[in-house]
Design a protein around this ligand. Structure first.
Ligand SMILES: Cc1cc2nc3c(=O)[nH]c(=O)nc-3n(C[C@H](O)[C@H](O)[C@H](O)COP(=O)(O)OP(=O)(O)OC[C@H]3O[C@@H](n4cnc5c(N)ncnc54)[C@H](O)[C@@H]3O)c2cc1C
Length: 302
């Protein structure tokens, strides 16, 4: 979608929103898939409520993109604009056992920053790409760690009130790859409380997690991590592997031959290729196991 209306563009500029026209989202997603649209860079948090009111009054639909590592976006000209937070460096500070972190910060950078201040607990998250905001939305987790366990407060734009608010960690539900944030909430900053741990012990834990990841995941290929959530008590990857589907493909969308729950873009896969592969694998698992696998990847279609 293009913002061609001059008064809207002028108003956005007044609100210190940077309008980037015609951004190809394939360059901003880890799958390398996604169509083209205008991007609005929200440079001032306090103007976000007004930006949202402006978009609503002009009938301009929007979606929020973080690091783009857990989304599958449709191809072509997209019927919405994307919103994005500019990266802030370092975007984090420490006060005792509390880390204050901007949502636009990189998750891995946050884990190492906290480690340097002898704050641990999040070693398992080291190889999870993307932003802190995306990790909060998804309750990102790995190797027994999930970010939600450490959240004490989240500053956000709340769609319900149309205002900036601060939520206490206890008032947010963090489940397996699911949270109680509303779809249009925008996370801006988080306060995490982390256990004290010597730097060298944290680094040792990080090394173990990195090795596990390197041994099992197609890290050099374009993917969005796990495509499906694990069903209760089961492993989606194991079920897909047991059906002999590693290497199975639709066009250039392929089930990774290293990890059966990672689907990779092995060349110039389209969103349609990836959706066909997801539907095909889901159906095969349903027929074999009677289980309907649920997407972990967020799909943005028209
Ligand atoms: C190689 C690889 C390995 C991975 N391994 C793991 C893993 O071990 N564990 C795991 O949990 N995930 C894993 N993932 C998935 C992904 O990295 C995480 O889900 C990550 O937390 C997504 O963050 P992001 O910033 O990229 O979010 P995006 O992909 O940009 O967005 C995901 C969702 O979050 C929303 N969102 C993003 N930022 C904000 C914000 N500030 N405010 C409101 N909503 C927001 C988006 O609207 C979208 O709905 C992996 C992905 C890859 C490519």
């Amino acid at each position: 979608m293009r913002i061609s209306d001059n008064p809207v563009a002028t108003k956005l500029k007044e609100l210190e929103v940077e309008l980037r026209p015609g951004v190809a989202l394939s360059a901003h997603t880890s799958l390398g898939i996604g169509g083209t649209t205008d991007e609005l860079l929200l440079r001032r948090y306090d103007s976000i409520p007004e930006v949202m009111r402006l978009l609503a009054s002009q009938g301009i639909p929007h979606r929020f993109l973080g690091g783009g590592t857990n989304v599958l976006i449709t191809d072509g000209e997209l019927p919405w604009v994307t919103l994005h937070l500019p990266s802030t460096k370092p975007g984090m500070s420490i006060e005792g056992n509390i880390a204050h972190v901007d949502a636009s910060a990189e998750l891995g950078g946050m884990v190492t920053f906290c480690a340097k201040h002898d704050l641990g607990g999040m070693e398992g998250l080291i190889g999870v790409p993307g932003s802190v905001g995306g990790a909060l939305r998804m309750n990102a987790g790995a190797y027994g760690t999930q970010i939600g366990s450490y959240v004490r407060e989240v500053e956000l734009y709340r769609a319900l009130s149309g205002e900036l608010e601060t939520l206490r960690g206890n008032d947010i539900r963090f489940d397996y790859r699911h949270t109680s944030f509303a779809p249009d909430d925008v996370m801006l900053r988080v306060k995490l409380e982390l256990p004290s741990k010597p730097f060298k012990d944290i680094v040792a834990g990080i090394k173990v997690c990195n090795e596990k990841r390197r041994a099992s995941q197609p890290l050099g290929q374009k993917s969005a991590g796990c495509i499906f959530k694990n069903p209760p008590g089961g492993s989606a990857g194991r079920m897909i592997d047991e059906l002999g589907l590693k290497g199975h493909r639709m066009g250039d969308a392929m089930v990774s031959d290293r990890h059966a729950n990672f689907f990779v873009n092995a060349g110039a896969a389209s969103c349609a290729d990836m959706l066909k592969l997801i539907a095909d694998v889901r159906e095969r698992v349903r027929l074999a196991h009677g289980i309907e696998l649920e997407n972990e990847v967020i799909v943005w279609q028209n």
